[in-house]
Design a protein around this ligand. Structure first.
Ligand code: OOG
Length: 262
């Protein structure tokens, strides 16, 4: 476990890296004691700094590396989580500027909102389904503060799992008899189909990613709160973005969400 001074130092460096758009080297080389548990402490400190300096607050959680496509892309074979702040949320119709990011990428996801607290230690998929108010299509813009978007799990966890911005569709769908595993999606860039998939890519069922999160949060004394948004993780490999690009993701029965970048 890393000491408090080192934890605080890494959090400050990551905050400054994002603010100045100046990528940093992986921390695991300089701090061999940066294990997963220490990395979540760095993330907590980073979120504390961001929340107070930017006068914002937590509105939910994001999952990362929940699909084989993402794990293979990044060479990291375990999921991670991060915090969603109010300041990261964008709304449909908002043009999004890439000027605030280092090397942003975009990911299609399914977002969840819950009608009760979901608290570990042994949350099941059935409990997640029971607690789900709505699911929505989502696009997450990720950015890494590390050179070349290259990192180990503790590095990425420290960096709030590469969070940057996110947008959820404004059609809120009840789960009813939806079989999310088979929910198909089409991702388009500038009108052309980039990729298609079903949501089973996310751990077999996106609700399984949510139960993983709840059980993981329990270990640090946290839970998913009523009304919080949770992004269940990218269904596919992330796509690079250039200014002027337009992306849309459409899901069977969930609707769609689209973004234009400037
Ligand atoms: C880590 C976070 C990935 C996802 O949905 O897989 C992520 C990364 O690949 O940069 O948000």
């Amino acid at each position: 476990m890393l000491g408090t001074d080192d934890i605080n130092q890494i959090a400050v460096e990551l905050y400054e890296s994002e603010r100045q758009k100046n990528p940093v080297n992986n921390f695991v080389d300089k701090y061999p004691q940066l294990d997963e548990a220490s990395a979540y402490k760095v993330q907590e400190k980073l979120i504390e700094i961001k929340s107070s300096r930017e006068n914002t607050k937590r509105v939910g959680h994001k999952l990362g590396l929940t699909s084989k496509a993402k794990q293979n892309m990044m060479g990291v074979h375990e999921p991670s989580y991060g915090v969603l702040l109010e300041s990261m949320q964008k709304y449909e119709g908002d043009p999004i500027s890439l000027s605030g990011s280092i090397h942003a990428k975009i990911e299609p996801e399914i977002a969840f909102i819950f009608n009760k607290e979901i608290k570990g230690p042994a949350v099941t998929v059935a409990e997640v389904m029971e607690a789900t108010s709505y699911v929505m299509p989502a696009l997450e813009i990720i950015d890494s503060r590390f050179h070349g978007f290259s990192f180990t799990l503790p590095d990425a966890v420290s960096d709030n799992s590469s969070s940057s911005l996110f947008m959820i569709g404004e059609r809120f769908q009840r789960l009813d008899d939806l079989d999310l595993r088979l929910t198909g999606m089409v991702l388009k860039k500038n009108g052309e189909i980039m990729s298609t998939a079903t949501a089973a890519n996310v751990m077999g069922h996106p609700a399984r990613a949510i139960s993983w999160l709840a059980n993981k949060l329990y270990k640090v004394g946290q839970s998913i709160q009523t009304g919080e948004i949770v992004l269940s993780g990218s269904i596919l490999a992330a796509e690079t973005i250039e200014p002027g690009d337009h992306f849309s993701v459409s899901f069977d029965r969930l609707g769609s969400v689209e973004i234009t970048f400037t």
